[in-house]
Design a protein around this ligand. Sequence first.
Ligand SMILES: C[S@@+](CC[C@H](N)C(=O)[O-])C[C@H]1O[C@@H](n2cnc3c(N)ncnc32)[C@H](O)[C@@H]1O
Length: 274
Amino acid sequence: MVFSQENFEKLSEYIYRKSGIHLEYTKHYEKLRKQVTKRSESEGFDSFRKYFYTLRFEDQAGAEFEELINAVTVNETYFYRENHQFEILINELLPMINQTKRANEPIRILCAPCSTGEEPYSVALHLLEDDGIVNERDFEIFGIDIDSNVIEKAKKGLYSDRSIHALSPAIKRKYFNKKMGYNELDPDIREAITFSKANVFDKQEMNALGKFDVIFSRNMLIYFDDASKKEVAMNFYNMLNPEGFIMLGHAEYMNRIVTVFKPIQFNKHIIYQK
Ligand SMILES: C[S@@+](CC[C@H](N)C(=O)[O-])C[C@H]1O[C@@H](n2cnc3c(N)ncnc32)[C@H](O)[C@@H]1O
């Protein structure tokens, strides 16, 4: 099937409008061509026009778009990635949040995006390893991602050796069991996290998650253009409780996107506060 540069531009513009993900012809043409060809062969579309028509007008349940998004996302992640941020969470942010929160209110933490789950599970492992606030408060940890495949993997909690390479042997032994060549995370920890498929641009889906004290949004904004970054940053702003915190990936800078957050420095690392 023919998949021209013009076809690529049309499809990538559609993906951008619906997900904020910006694709470039030189880098992503082959990925989209393969996906369109695969779906056309299995569904019997004889042209790009037929595929694109189905995607836009006949995909009521969103299954075709879901397949497409799952094929283009970059899901790279691992346990304890940029670990200093989890340490700042435990040592600096949680004590501050704990002081200002009413008794009996849970501390709510969101990982948006969470990919295959390593990030929210890293938060849970740090909480379990800390002997302080976790004994005084309830915690609610959520992980969301636009890619339904990674959400299913996150729920299963089966990880490769590469995925847990940054963990100490003691943590590996304590929380993982070998299973069919994978490292299976303790089921109690898996059950403690709420995972769901959601798009950070979808205000309804975001509002339904409720308000948070801390949002991790690491290594996703780099794939968006300026307008999309702004829109998502303001969605996060509205989802944070007053004085809530947001942490970005090391190559992401909130003050280049919006100026509504106050930057706070902890040992050379910048966290943003509402
Ligand atoms: C590189 S992973 C980052 C995972 C983790 N936060 C980390 O830093 O290790 C980027 C994730 O962003 C997700 N993503 C991209 N666009 C999204 C959107 N509009 N809404 C929610 N998730 C999105 C992708 O599916 C992918 O799993």
